[in-house]
Write a protein that binds this ligand. Sequence first.
Ligand code: SF4
Length: 308
Amino acid sequence: MNIPYNHYNQYLKEKFGERVQKITVLGGFTCPNRDGKVATGGCTYCNNLTFSAPGHLDDKSITYQIDHGIRTSKRRYKKVSKYIIYFQSYSNTYAPLSKLKELYSEALQHPEVIGLSIGTRPDCVSDEILDYLEELNAEYDITMEYGLESVSDHTLEMINRGHNFECFKQTAIKTGERNIPICAHVIFGFHWESLNSVIEAAVEINKLPIKFLKVHQLHVVKDTAMGDQYKESPFKTLSKDEYMEWLRVFLEHLNADIVIQRLYGEAPEDLLLSPHWGIQLPEFTNEFIKYMEKKGSYQGKALGHTAP
Ligand code: SF4
């Protein structure tokens, strides 16, 4: 099947000549948007239980978690021998540099680990941390995953992100100057946003040194401020068809060089309040690719780029 966008698996195969798997670990971090340093309460949509690594591993060492993750992965992908360790939950640079060095070095010591993906907030990385990551990036495959969520300051305020778009831009520029690849996370579907919002997002993202993107639809989940608002006064969330159209338009306006790591998110059904689309990632991806084909769409089309 011809994929009408720049797909991450393809990128990994071209770069490493083989399949590479990600293993998610818990580094024991918290978040400055929860503990009072930036704000309390966190982002209004955030419930870390929707994307955390298995909870039974949360008191285990990084090495234990990696060994466990690799063993599990090898049951399905026997031949894989290269892994990227994903520090996902909370803000994985929110600790003194000495602590970060300890955790990241432990992960990189593993013989089958080739790099790290480090998820964090754009207001949570100092020059000192970036200098260290620049050194690591000379030897390993390092990606900084920054939560952008929206390029609109109005939206960032509405969701209590605790930083504005300018903060993201400045961090992206500093990271790019050190040649450390950036993966930006974006959410589509806040009920005050429109199709124009996704075009604006593409325009702004194209101007920055962003190499990878993860996009997902807004999930309204339990035990969040947004979930409480929804229960009190339900608001509209995107239908699957609307989301596909927003994604299609977004990708048409997105620079074709940007590699897409994700276009869809899944949340546990017992936590999810809305939307309920009832499909899993492979099914969504197939359907979306067919939709793009039917519309004659591909990444970068509106910018005059050639079809992949
Ligand atoms: S989404 Fe990230 S930054 Fe926001 S509260 Fe959750 S962990 Fe913190």
